[in-house]
Design a protein around this ligand. Structure first.
Ligand code: CP
Length: 455
């Protein structure tokens, strides 16, 4: 990040691996000598804006700011603010960004923090946006793993619970993949990792997904529809016979380094049926594969981990809480430009963003949780173009993956299938994309070839 650019933290991808390691070194310093930093943020104000309930994130950010010598302003209940009168998120951030020096935002919609970062004059820190990401929780989780296991590369991290709506899972999975850890998904039925997250782990971070069988998982998670996402491609079918491959996978699953447990995010369910999972208790943790596994949970827990586990040395969830304050002190010091990160740039280059498609006409993000579903009045739909053939786009706000089939040129009034010879010739700056034939017709476009519609 340049010294002059506003330092928002809306995604774990806003930090390179080397910057994350630099933040951890800063967090170590904050924990080791609180007196040395007690005046660092004197005169500065943190605003905590939470549209959803929170205990840890809000209070630990406020504690972190107080320990840095700064102060904070908060809205205990967003229903008592002008958000309840219909004030847009953009206007709210334009306003509170003129009171404080940094804003920590939690919002129920995916991509809200990206919108906030565009309109706020001061840095935005994402404290969880819908089911998308929770990057500061990820930094705490990653810090706990890195300090307890002394490495991240090559670890085997199992996620269980709600992998669909659990935002902490998504940002932690991206970070672990970047650091070269393997990921094992053990979701409750109906709460599997979303397709767009799995695809991103494959395409952006080089993970290779392998479906797990009851024989791979035998034990408490035997009935789970498990998925192994390996960093790199060690279990490609063409490298192994089937039997060799299964035996290599089972060897990989024999030593779980971290068991990351999450609660079902009931507040995000839309009436879907959800399966049960085993409670994490001492009997389950007596399985050989968990003998050295740290048990992490972002909390709050709602019966996923039996209280008898709390005194086991593998239980690290209250250590995560404790480490949250120095990690968030380091985050605040960084985004406020109060401390430079000591960054040893190994191979950690920031990836170039794919080209952007932006249009008021045509495609809108179809994800119901996307911030554009409620704030579209002043936002133009935007997508990163991952591929032209097949046409694959990622919503620039909520990261949802869209595979539309219809395109047109801005200079014509006819539309084509994305894979027609004509479509390939339309330059990105002239492209209009449609999510459906009806959407194209409503926008005043006609099919170039009726037979294409029936295809
Ligand atoms: N882990 C976490 O985000 O907790 P809160 O919801 O209490 O902030």
């Amino acid at each position: 990040m340049s010294a002059t650019r506003k330092r928002d933290l809306v995604s774990i991808d806003d930090l390179t691996n080397a910057e994350i390691e630099g933040l951890f070194t800063l967090a170590d310093e904050m924990a080791a000598d609180r007196k040395a930093v007690r005046d660092l943020a004197r005169g500065l104000i943190l605003v905590t804006l939470f549209y959803e309930p929170s205990t840890r994130t809000r209070l630990s950010f406020e504690a972190a700011m107080l320990r840095l010598g700064g102060s904070y302003q908060s809205c205990p209940n967003m229903d008592d603010t002008s958000a309840a009168k219909g004030e847009s998120l953009a206007d709210t951030l334009r306003v509170v960004g003129r009171y404080g020096d940094v804003v920590v935002l939690r919002h129920p919609r995916e991509g809200a923090s990206r919108v906030a970062a565009r309109y706020s004059p001061v840095p935005i820190v994402n404290a969880g946006d819908g089911g998308r990401e929770h990057p500061t929780q990820t930094l705490i989780d990653l810090y706990t793993i890195a300090r307890d296991k002394r490495k991240l590369d090559g670890l085997c991290v199992a996620f269980t619970g709600d992998l669909r709506y659990g935002r902490t899972v998504h940002s932690l999975a991206y970070a672990l993949a970047r650091f070269g850890a393997d990921i094992v998904c053990l979701p409750a039925k109906g709460l599997e990792l979303p397709h767009h997250v799995v695809r991103r782990l494959e395409t952006d971070f080089g993970c290779f997904p392998v479906k797990l069988t009851p024989a791979d998982l035998k034990g408490a998670f035997e009935k789970t529809e498990g998925l192994l996402l390996t960093a790199g491609r060690p279990f490609q079918p063409d490298l192994f016979s089937n039997a060799e491959r299964r035996s290599a996978i089972q060897r990989r699953l024999a030593h779980v380094d971290v068991l990351y447990v999450t609660r079902v995010q009931k507040e995000r369910l839309k009436g879907e049926a959800v399966g049960d999972l085993p409670v994490i208790d001492l009997a389950l943790l007596s399985e050989n594969r968990f003998r050295n596994a740290l048990v992490l949970h972002p909390l709050p827990r709602v019966n996923e981990i039996a209280c008898e586990v709390d005194d086991d040395p593998r239980a690290r969830y209250f250590t995560q809480v404790e480490r949250g304050v120095p990690v968030r002190m380091a985050i605040l010091a960084h985004v406020l430009g109060l401390k430079d990160l000591v960054v040893v740039e190994k191979s950690a280059k920031r990836r170039a963003a794919p080209p952007l498609y932006r249009s008021d006409v045509g495609l809108h993000c179809p994800s119901p949780g996307c911030i554009t579903a409620t704030e579209l009045g002043y936002l133009t739909p935007e997508f990163h173009v991952l591929e032209r053939r097949p046409l694959r786009l990622r919503c620039a706000f909520c990261d949802f993956l869209v595979e539309p089939r219809w395109v047109a040129s801005r200079h014509e009034r006819v539309f084509h299938r994305f894979d027609s010879p004509h479509s390939a010739k339309i330059h990105l700056e002239n492209l209009v994309i449609f999510g459906s034939v009806d959407e194209a017709k409503r926008a005043g476009f006609e099919p170039a070839d009726l037979a294409e519609i029936e295809r």
